[in-house]
Write a protein that binds this ligand. Structure first.
Ligand code: NAP
Length: 284
């Protein structure tokens, strides 16, 4: 029976530690660390995500500024909002909630965020630095997964890690982070052949594909560490990419959905905002 890595508990601990560091920052520099969130349109899921991010930001004592723009905003209107935040020295992090409405070019908008304020870690400069092994802002979800592995002191060096999914925001940075820790990494995607066999060889298996209960027990090696990034809304409620009930008896560690990687993502957003504030003070 696997040990459950409780993301809710760990993220609460990280947030409480941040609360102390954020207060120390305020006492030292006499200003509040500030995260600006830009939400365009009225996508219900995005509204929930933004609300949760704002609540968490305020919980740790940071200031949150939210900019809500109507669904039919022009690219120029959104760009002007982001640029004004980019040029404001009082703002440490800028988060543009994705997806943007279809008529807007996400890449064009995101590029307006200075890499130093890219707390999502999505920009080419930050991803490139991660690839080169240089200090960078790491995308929140894979950063959170690494914290979960670290919290359990799971040995990574030399282990076979398999990452299911190759998105720019989860799969690719996840693979790079595991490589940095000396794992032998395989990335699988929708065109991968022999996927089951590859997964069965994994000591560390990270599922990030968005397919409910895709990873079944016959794909998991006994004693593997199974990290479920997936969040799928189904008639049975929220489920991950892993068939949790059947895999938990085989794995050595497993993350639940909900209450696993999800809460860690928000905690790492706050961590990234804190790190960005520290760097901006050091650069003055
Ligand atoms: P995405 O951009 O849709 O990418 C999905 C990836 O999975 C793609 O690389 C795709 O391959 C691959 N894939 C899809 N079906 C597959 C299959 N049958 N076999 C093998 N590979 C397959 O998704 P994402 O943004 O990375 O998110 C993945 C999941 O994580 C989603 O459920 C999402 O909701 C969740 N998520 C959770 C958090 C969190 O905080 N917990 C954060 C972000 C995302 P191709 O590249 O070949 O198309």
């Amino acid at each position: 029976m696997a040990k459950i890595i409780d993301g809710k508990l760990l993220s609460a601990k990280i947030k409480d530690e941040l609360k102390v560091k954020v207060e120390e920052f305020y006492n030292k520099y006499n200003r509040k660390i500030t995260l600006a969130v830009v939400l365009v349109g009225d996508n219900p899921a995005s509204q929930v995500y933004v609300k949760n991010k704002i609540t968490a930001t305020e919980y740790v004592g940071m200031k949150s500024l939210s900019f809500r723009l109507p669904e039919d905003s022009t690219e120029q209107q959104v760009a002007e909002t982001v640029l004004s935040l980019a040029n404001d020295n009082g703002i440490d992090g800028i988060l543009v909630q994705l997806p943007l409405p279809k008529h807007l070019d996400e890449n064009k908008i995101l590029k307006l965020i200075p890499p130093s304020k890219d707390v999502d870690g999505f920009l080419a400069e930050n991803v490139g630095k991660l690839l080169l092994g240089q200090p960078s802002t790491v995308a929140c979800t894979p950063f959170g997964v690494m914290k979960m592995l670290e919290s359990e002191k799971i040995a990574l060096s030399g282990k076979n890690a398999v990452v299911l999914g190759r998105s720019n925001i989860v799969g690719k940075p996840m693979a790079l982070l595991l490589l940095q820790e000396n794992c032998t990494v395989t990335i699988c995607h929708s065109k991968t052949q022999n996927l089951k066999e590859i997964c069965r060889n994994a000591d560390i298996l990270v599922a990030a594909i968005g397919r409910p209960k895709f990873v079944t027990a016959d794909m998991v090696k006994e004693g593997a560490v199974v990290i479920d990034v997936g969040i799928n809304r189904t008639e049975q409620g929220l489920v991950g990419d892993v068939d949790y009930e059947n895999v938990k008896d085989l794995a050595s560690y497993i993350t639940p959905v909900p209450g696993g990687v999800g809460p860690m993502t928000i905690a790492m957003l706050l961590e990234n905002t804190y790190l960005s504030a520290i760097r901006s003070q050091n650069d003055l």
